[in-house]
Design a protein around this ligand. Structure first.
Ligand code: PLP
Length: 401
């Protein structure tokens, strides 16, 4: 009988969204006529841009012609035409990348979770609290020790390092899911200093960078001096271009990023990750990469911006509601998430039940993202415009009573 990795038994049994789904299903069973509005799961609702559809069709057609058919991709790290488009995109933020520093993948979640394969299980990991649950889960699966950096009202939900505590890996996410907060260049500089002092590596999740509207907020950690020797960046087209069902993202590992092995030799993180991926990943489908490259064209940027602007207006509608009701919140400006304080000092699950039962609106209880999320609540701006307006009307009526 094979033994199992018993670390899996220590994971939370019920994933946040499964708990939510259970409660919602029970509610709908009791109230089959309820007009439910879902503002919980952070999934996009608008279709992918026409230019991406065309590019994907063209890519699919090429696959059906002997001369242009493509089998396994040589490197499995993405076609050069896509990597070049990504490198050009970074250039506008003053970040120069060579193509071998970019690795195309099937979304940020895979790499954020899988990257831990190349680090020792005895290493200490910093995760901000609250945070997306998969940073914690993928490290707990290997039995790693996790320490939490507190994001809270006092620091605007942008956790900063405690220099008296050592860690080896650090997960940062900006713009943040769930809190919608962002790190400034100065704050990232502090994290970079911390990483250098501890010879740690920052895993920087920039999945929501396309939602940044304030000009001085960095889109990439590599905009900050010194990051190339201590950071890996994960990005995704899921929210940028509605690719949640297409599956395409990219990871940037600078060639300068190295660690020292126990025998004193210098090891390139890029090479180590390449070795891991070479054994466990065979790349992203060609038609999807064609669609992804279309995102970075001038027309592609224009088309995806239209969808992003739609979500940003939804975010503004939610933010205005919070302003009107005098509710404290973060996010909305550089992020599709609004993270607000539950009224009347309710716990986040109490408020979840209240919203579900009184106004049939589903959100995400902050507690699902960590203990600092208790008393806070996340709404997403990825929904339909009319439903967002309707939900906010119901929300106002509920709280004015
Ligand atoms: N990173 C963050 C912060 C996210 O919120 C999500 C998805 O919601 C992901 C990564 C996963 O993105 P992908 O669809 O590229 O796997």
């Amino acid at each position: 009988m094979p033994t199992i990795n018993e670390n899996f038994l220590k994971l939370e049994k019920n994933y946040l969204f499964i708990n939510i789904a259970k409660k919602v299903n029970a509610f709908l069973k009791e109230n089959p006529d309820a007009k439910l509005i879902r503002m919980g799961i952070g999934d996009v609702t608008l279709p992918i841009a026409p230019i991406c559809v065309e590019a994907m069709k063209k890519g699919a057609e090429e696959m059906g012609i002997k001369e242009t058919f493509k089998g396994y991709e040589d490197s499995g790290t993405g076609y050069d035409f896509l990597k070049q488009a990504i490198a050009d995109y970074y250039q506008q933020y003053g970040v120069t990348l060579s193509l071998d520093e970019i690795r195309v993948n099937d979304g940020a979640k895979s790499d954020c979770g899988n990257i831990v394969d190349i680090f020792g299980n005895d290493k200490i990991v910093i995760v901000t609290d609250p945070a997306n649950p998969f940073y914690v889960d993928s490290n707990k699966m290997n039995g790693r020790t996790i320490i939490y950096a507190n994001s809270n009202e006092e620091n605007g939900f942008a956790a900063m390092p405690d220099f008296s505590v050592h860690a080896d890996l650090i997960y940062l996410c900006s713009p943040n899911n769930p809190t919608g907060s962002v790190y400034t260049k100065e704050q990232l500089k502090v994290w970079i200093n911390y990483a250098k002092q501890n010879q740690a590596i920052i895993i920087y999740d920039a999945a929501y960078e396309a939602f940044i509207t304030q000009p001085d907020i960095p889109h990439s950690i590599f905009e900050i001096e010194g990051a190339k020797t201590c950071a890996i960046e994960m990005c995704s087209l899921s929210k940028t271009a509605g690719f949640t069902g297409m599956r395409c993202g990219y990871t940037v590992i600078p060639n300068e990023l190295t660690v020292t092995a126990s025998d004193g030799t210098t090891v390139s993180i890029s090479q180590l990750w390449g070795r891991r991926q070479g054994s466990k990943f065979n790349g992203v489908s060609y038609p999807v990469q064609c669609a992804a490259a279309a995102v970075f064209t001038k027309e592609g940027r224009k088309q995806i911006q239209k969808n992003i602007a739609y979500y940003q207006e939804n975010a503004a509608i939610i933010s205005r509601t919070m302003d009107e009701l005098g509710i404290k919140y973060t996010g909305g400006i550089n992020s599709p998430y609004i993270w607000f304080q539950c009224p009347n000092q309710m716990s986040s699950w109490e408020f979840f039940d209240e919203m579900l039962h009184k106004i049939a609106v589903v959100g995400t209880p902050g507690e699902g993202f960590g203990k600092n999320g208790d008393g806070w609540f996340r709404l997403t701006a990825f929904g339909d415009r009319d439903l967002t307006i309707e939900a906010m009307e119901r929300f106002k009526n509920m709280l004015k009573k």
